[in-house]
Design a protein. Structure first.
Length: 172
């Protein structure tokens, strides 16, 4: 009976160690911050132009970024950021729009000048999605699966070795 309890305790500890990265990744994916849709209030400039600045992941101006404004799935306007990262999309009216740049999507509630709430911004900040680098997620394809299987095999061997050492110490 003692051997079974020791083996179960050792196995539970190893599973806990292996499960930590998976639990952290699952919590990251399920967090409301990642799935929540935020709408940003932006006040149009005079003439109905949506002004904005495109930056990269380092906070520097992103030149040549394509920005689209869509409403109900239809493209309403497009712009390309200049060397300073600035862009302007004209001909807009008040309403809710999707602002798309690369794989990035943002919802904006656009206000006619003089009608925006105090929280509204005079321009939109767009971060270039092509230059964002995320680490530690890894590739979940075959190489990652093989690394996981290898890690489980190594931990299984370590569990077996610890169990044998504990068992021999108890026998003597």
């Amino acid at each position: 009976m003692t051997r079974l309890v020791k083996w179960c305790a050792t196995a539970a500890a190893a599973i806990g160690i292996l499960a930590q990265p998976l639990a952290a990744r699952a919590a990251e994916l399920a967090s409301p911050a990642n799935g929540a849709t935020r709408v940003q209030d932006v006040e149009l400039s005079t003439g109905g132009s949506l002004l904005g600045v495109a930056i990269n992941h380092q906070g520097l101006a992103s030149h040549g970024l394509n920005v689209q404004v869509r409403q109900n799935g239809q493209v309403i306007g497009t712009a390309v950021s200049d060397p300073d990262g600035a862009f302007a999309i004209s001909g807009l009216r008040g309403g809710i729009y999707e602002v798309v740049s690369g794989q990035s999507l943002r919802y904006c509630r656009v206000w006619v000048p003089g009608t925006a709430p105090p929280s509204a911004r005079p321009s939109l900040l767009v971060v270039d999605p092509q230059q964002t680098v995320r680490g530690q997620s890894g590739n979940l394809g075959k190489p990652a699966a093989l690394r996981t299987i290898g890690a489980i095999a190594l931990w299984g061997g370590a569990i077996w070795a610890i169990y044998e050492i504990v068992d021999r110490n108890d026998a003597s």
